[in-house]
Design a binder for this molecule. Structure first.
Ligand SMILES: [Zn+2]
Ligand SMILES: [Zn+2]
Length: 510
């Protein structure tokens, strides 16, 4: 072993040239050399993350006269005493370039560890979204199970690997699959108290009612562990979630019912006031009619508007994005680099520029391109609700004109005014809440989504302080995001993309 000792030393120190000179001088096969723990030189170089040396070792071996090619491949795929190949070690290190190199050198991507863990399991454990997307692109299945029936998603959920969880779900990993203990990924995320992962799984439709082999639902596990935040997330949605004042933690089917309900309410109130109450105050009634009609038109516009959906550019690979940019900047569902302030809407299943929220009442997302219109709609609605109450008060006071009283008896007007007044008082509180919070958002240049997320509001730096006029202008007219969206993948140089695709093709991407 002593004559090979310098080889190990050169690997640790990354002295590629010295190593090259040494092995050339030795002219001996290297594939039989192992360290004291039984690791081959390739294992050892991977552990030390020396990519150039791995290539050097394999090329040297291939160049030795009389070395069968299959023996070199066997060397690349040899197992350590604990049953791991160099490829497994490279995945555990999360080293994309070594993983790619080993793939090109003939590493078997299907070999499992003694626990039955495949490449995707290992990548999921380490939260390596770039490796997961790469393995999927070269044809590995996200459904493969380990010896205990655990899928990569089980491991990601258990380890609290948020990015691995999100990319695996984007790749259609089975979300409610049970392992041999009956655990779904949701059970495991709750067991290890990974709140962020639990939230994501729920948003994507994880089943809360499945029981494990000990007859426990995720909620029962959360109660056992006294995790109040998890109990809050797992309980059925309340009135706030149903009315859209708090985000719903489950997939929401887009339905036009709330839209038609609100629309009918505005139209009925408007019609009743025009028919029976207009004569009690003409100025207020005309003003009310103008605001209500405008609100109706805006509502119809909003339901059909594009909030600023971001389209997926052609030819972009997910692994390329993960390898090139920060994980947090990538949307695996849309396969895009998200511009600052954009977010994936789980209801629309698309990323929206300057995402504000998904409004159930207008059955659409509110984002960069319709935020100003939405604010105008709320303002008009608030005004029209206020005016409706004022008109009802006028009717109660009985301040009728001579002409009006002949058209409809005072009693009917009084009944109508009681009804519209009651409806308006009921809606005044939620509409005022919306109006005030959105006014605050506009003055502070922040979206509803940013207000709800306590963490970093602005990707890539702090928000600059500016006056409220500038803030309102930015919210209405989407000024700053026009620029930041241009800095997305569009700026990826074609040279980078070409190089990348060449690598993928060489390593067998379909
Ligand atoms: Zn998205
Ligand atoms: Zn949406």
């Amino acid at each position: 072993m002593s004559e090979f000792q310098p080889i190990f030393q050169y690997i640790v120190e990354g002295r590629t040239r010295d190593l090259e000179a040494l092995i050339r001088q030795l002219q001996k096969p290297l594939r039989f050399i192992k360290d004291t723990t039984g690791y081959t030189l390739i294992h050892f170089a991977v552990l030390n993350e020396k990519e150039e040396i791995i290539n050097l070792l394999v090329q040297h071996e291939k160049g030795l006269p009389g070395t069968p090619a299959n023996e070199v491949t066997d060397w690349v795929n040899s197992l350590s005493p604990d049953g791991y190949t160099a490829f497994h070690l490279a995945i555990s290190k999360g080293n994309f370039s070594i993983v790619k190199l080993l793939t090109l050198l003939g590493a078997d991507v299907d070999i499992k560890t003694p626990l039955g863990l495949g490449s995707l399991h290992l990548a999921a454990q380490g939260d390596f979204a770039h490796l997961i997307s790469y393995f999927s692109e070269i044809g590995l299945s996200v459904m493969e199970c380990d010896s205990k029936g655990g899928t990569p998603l089980h491991w990601a959920a258990y380890m609290g690997a948020y990015y691995a969880t999100s990319v695996l779900m984007a790749l259609q990993a089975p979300i409610n699959c049970q392992d041999h203990d009956g655990h779904t990924p949701l059970h495991l995320a709750v067991l290890s108290a990974n709140n962020r992962v639990v939230r994501l799984l729920l948003l994507k439709g994880a089943d809360r009612a499945i029981k494990d082999s000990r007859d426990r639902t995720p909620m029962e596990i959360a109660k056992e562990n006294q995790s109040n935040e998890l109990i809050d997330m797992l309980k059925p949605e309340g009135i706030l979630e149903k009315t859209g004042y708090r985000p719903l933690l489950k997939p929401y089917k887009r339905t036009a019912f709330p839209f038609y309900f609100v629309l009918c309410l505005i139209i009925v109130t408007l019609a009743l006031i025009i028919l029976f109450c207009v004569q009690y105050n003409y100025y207020l009634s005309y003003f009310f009619t103008a605001t209500s009609v405008s609100a109706i038109l805006l509502m119809i516009f909003l339901v059909n508007s594009n909030p600023g959906y971001i389209t997926r550019p052609k030819g972009i690979k997910l692994s390329y994005l993960y390898q090139t940019y920060k994980y947090s900047e990538i949307c695996p569902d849309c396969v895009i680099l998200r511009p600052a302030r954009s977010r994936h809407c789980h209801y629309c299943d698309k990323c929206v520029q300057k995402f504000d929220h998904h409004c159930q009442w207008v059955n659409n997302c509110i984002g960069a391109r319709n935020l100003g219109w939405f604010y105008s709609f709320i303002s008009l609605l608030w005004l029209s609700v206020g005016l409706s109450i004022a008109i009802s008060i006028e009717v109660f006071i009985g301040h009728e004109t001579d002409r009006g009283i002949e058209d409809s008896p005072y009693e009917i007007s009084l009944i109508v005014a009681s009804f519209t007044g009651f409806l308006s008082v009921l809606t005044l509180v939620p509409v005022s809440y919306l109006f005030i919070t959105h006014t605050k958002n506009f003055c502070e240049n922040q979206t509803t989504s940013e207000r709800f997320s306590k963490g970093s509001k602005f990707r890539g730096g702090k928000k600059e302080k500016s006056c409220f006029v500038k803030n309102c202008y930015s919210m209405c007219c989407n000024k700053e995001d026009d620029h930041s969206s241009k800095s997305s993948i569009v700026t990826t140089s074609s040279k980078q993309m070409d190089d990348y695709h060449m690598i993928l093709e060489e390593s067998g991407t379909k």
